[in-house]
Design a protein. Structure first.
Length: 425
């Protein structure tokens, strides 16, 4: 959410953000409603002042004057009560429009319509060369007996997954490695619930607009979050933090659920796009200083890159264009890991800076050096998301005999094993 005063004074910049981010929002409608609401409030305030002034005259009035003043007071009260529904309706309508106003992208963000116009910044790591015919991750899982897609589909439907044997240990090892890795770098581990109230999605900016991606619990005011960013972003909602509390840095792990509405037919095979997964999320709350926030952006991006490097996975860094960065983002980079079977890079991490856009929605403020209440800035980035990361992991580390090589950094989390699986080729 942007400050309404900022929108009024920078309508051109806001209009441009709406256009380049492809948002369905009429800024003129919002500004007209704002103008109407200001007029309505002024009218209410004037009538309240008149009613108060009239009330002060009653005790001093003569017996002949008092009945007229009392009647006038009642009439003013009735008029004010009649205006209240219109005032509340205008306020709620304006609030709903404000929730759809996108953030202003950083000057470095390329303008583009969708992910096809994202900009590759650099590539890291060495692509594997195989002296044998490599398999894709589905074939590798089947070869080792580490999955059972048919049975889990009978239980949980399509786009569900089930891992068996050492694949389960690998998934947990990757998660634990990421938590330890981030903890050493000063990020406080959190284990959060995916069950959240609807208002937390508004606070994170996923609502309005992303309702079709969320699973709802029928008969209860709870929903299932698709990332721990959603609950963590609301942990301090409505609070006024001391300056000494910032920055706050978290490595939050949780289950995650996404309906994947609108993705019919895309990535239906294997572990790329499943409805339920596990995720370690980096989350930062810092002072309202863009320079400081961009330093944090670099830190959480580097954390993710260092995790991929430790897992010995080739990747590339991509800057998201305006049409692929979401309404609330000021700046967004993706990390895409190499998937040999497809001969392309696939997104495994997403790094975002949102300014005070989320904090305004959750009313999270802190007192700055001068004691002034100021909205905090927020950032987030993937630490590790499983099972998606297992796709490049299995394919890049497969060996000629069908076993999977374990990178040195991960070996302590797998009882010192240097490979997983049995020779089957």
């Amino acid at each position: 959410m942007l400050d309404l005063k900022f929108i009024r004074e920078n309508a051109g910049a806001v209009r441009h953000a709406i256009q380049v981010k492809g948002m369905d929002l009429d800024l003129d409608e919002l500004l007209a409603l704002d103008h109407e609401l200001l007029g309505l409030r002024q009218r209410v305030e004037a009538m309240q002042a008149e009613r108060n002034a009239n009330a002060k005259l009653v005790p001093k009035a003569t017996a002949d004057e008092r009945p007229t003043l009392i009647v006038k007071g009642k009439e003013l009260g009735e008029e004010l009560r009649a205006l209240e529904p219109a005032l509340r309706a205008h306020e709620e309508q304006l609030r709903q429009l404000l929730l759809r106003v996108p953030n202003i992208p950083h000057v470095s963000v390329p303008v583009g319509k969708d992910d096809s116009e994202n900009v590759e910044l650099r590539r890291e790591g060495v692509l594997p060369e195989f002296a044998f015919k490599p398999l894709d991750h589905v074939e590798l899982l089947e070869l080792q007996g580490w999955s059972d897609p048919e049975r889990v589909a009978q239980v949980s439907g399509s786009r569900s997954y089930l891992l068996k044997g050492e694949a389960v240990l690998l998934e947990l090892a990757v998660q634990m490695f990421a938590l330890d890795f981030l903890s050493v770098r000063g990020f406080t581990p959190l284990s959060t619930s995916a069950l959240v109230r609807p208002e937390t999605f508004v606070g994170s900016g996923h609502f309005p607009g992303g309702e079709d991606q969320v699973y709802k619990i029928e008969g209860d005011e709870l929903m299932l979050a698709g990332t721990s960013e959603v609950p963590v972003n609301s942990l301090y909602a409505g609070e006024q933090l001391p300056l000494t509390a910032l920055p706050m840095t978290f490595a939050a792990i949780s289950a995650a659920f996404r309906s994947e509405a609108g993705s019919a037919g895309r990535d239906v095979r294997g572990l790329i796009r499943v409805h339920e997964f596990r995720k370690v999320e980096q989350y930062v709350l810092c002072r309202a200083d863009e320079t400081e926030a961009l330093v944090w952006f670099g830190k959480i991006l580097q954390n993710a890159e260092d995790l991929l490097t430790a897992l010995e996975l080739p990747y590339r860094v991509v800057q998201n264009c305006t049409g692929d960065m979401g309404a609330g983002k000021v700046l967004m980079y993706d990390l895409e890991s190499w998937v040999p079977s497809e001969g392309l890079y696939r997104e495994t991490h997403s790094c975002s800076y949102l300014g005070d856009w989320q904090a305004r929605r959750t009313n999270l403020r802190y007192r700055d050096e001068d004691g002034k209440l100021t909205y905090a800035h927020t950032l987030n980035n993937t630490g590790i998301a499983t099972p998606r990361i297992l796709v490049p992991f299995l394919e890049n580390h497969q060996q000629a005999d069908g076993t999977i090589r374990v990178p040195e950094a991960l070996q302590p989390y797998l009882a010192g094993k240097i490979s997983l699986g049995k020779p089957v080729r």
